[in-house]
Design a protein around this ligand. Structure first.
Ligand SMILES: [Zn+2]
Length: 281
């Protein structure tokens, strides 16, 4: 039986900068990989030479298609309008993803889960990685849709109920981030104003390592992860430190992608190195 994996992400590029190593190694192992992206990415800050607004959304859709092809995944792009990062003035707009009525994206996700019938669903963690409101919204919607898709009494018009075996949140450990914050403070840099737009608070990035249940070996996936991130040129994919480092070195520096098992709930101290349940029977 073919195993199926569905990754649901907020923005075009989250699949690549996030758990692309897991997606790439899974598809190489014969898993049928699906990627769903909820927003259009129009609020992303474009690299020099790229347009803004609606024209940027078109560019980002094509970049996402290219990245999904690199990862050998089937793409489902819902393209709601994305929100900006915390504090962005566009976040008062009722039409952005963080503010819209959740009924419509919920129905999209229930229908998707029931039609793809994945064994495993992965999404952002409850912290949204670095507290991006769209990532947090995506996490909440996926959790709710995961429950609803398996409930025969809900969304009857969207096909027969289906409950995937497992739900995971992709995450980062804050262990090294805490070290990095100390280094920044020694350099008299402000860790609460980090990144291209100086709007990322590193003190809110990453999870307590004790929460992490699942570590996936992605050393063989780095060549494709790098190639997928390079597809997102409007978001500086392929440039910067990540773009310049050879995949062989990245595989040494970052050999594993980390996940928190959400469903079924982990027993205390669970440590596993795979996402899929063992074959039954
Ligand atoms: Zn994102």
């Amino acid at each position: 039986m073919t195993r199926r994996l569905l990754g649901v992400f907020a923005h075009p590029d989250d699949e690549s900068y996030g758990p692309a190593g897991t997606l790439a190694t899974s598809s190489a192992a014969g898993v049928d990989v699906h990627i769903a992206v909820m927003t259009d990415g129009a609020a992303g800050t474009p690299a020099a030479g790229f347009p803004e607004g609606a024209a940027l959304a078109e560019v980002r859709h094509r970049e996402l298609q290219a990245a999904a092809a690199v990862l050998n995944a089937t793409l489902h792009h819902f393209a709601y309008r994305d929100s900006g990062y915390t504090g962005d003035e566009r976040n008062g707009d009722p039409d952005v993803f963080m503010n819209i009525d959740p009924a419509e994206p919920m129905a999209d996700l229930v229908e998707l889960i029931r039609s793809v019938r994945p064994d495993v669903v992965i999404t952002h963690d409850e912290n949204g990685g670095y507290r991006h409101p769209d990532h947090i919204r995506c996490h909440q919607l996926v959790r709710a849709a995961f429950e609803a898709a398996g409930d025969p009494g809900r969304y009857r018009e969207l096909g027969p109920p289906f409950r995937p075996a497992r739900l995971y949140s992709e995450t980062t450990s804050n262990r090294w981030i805490k070290v990095f914050i100390r280094i920044l403070r020694l350099l008299r840099r402000d860790p609460t104003r980090f990144g291209v737009n100086k709007d990322v608070d590193l003190t809110h990035v990453g999870m307590d390592p004790a929460r992490i249940t699942t570590r996936i070996d992605v050393r063989r996936g780095w060549v494709l992860k790098k190639a997928a991130t390079a597809c997102h040129a409007s978001q500086r994919g392929g440039s910067g430190p990540l773009g310049r480092m050879p995949a062989r070195l990245l595989a040494v520096v970052s050999p594993r992608e980390l996940f928190i098992r959400e469903h079924p709930p982990p027993h205390p101290g669970l440590r596993e190195d795979g996402l899929f349940p063992p074959p039954s029977g």
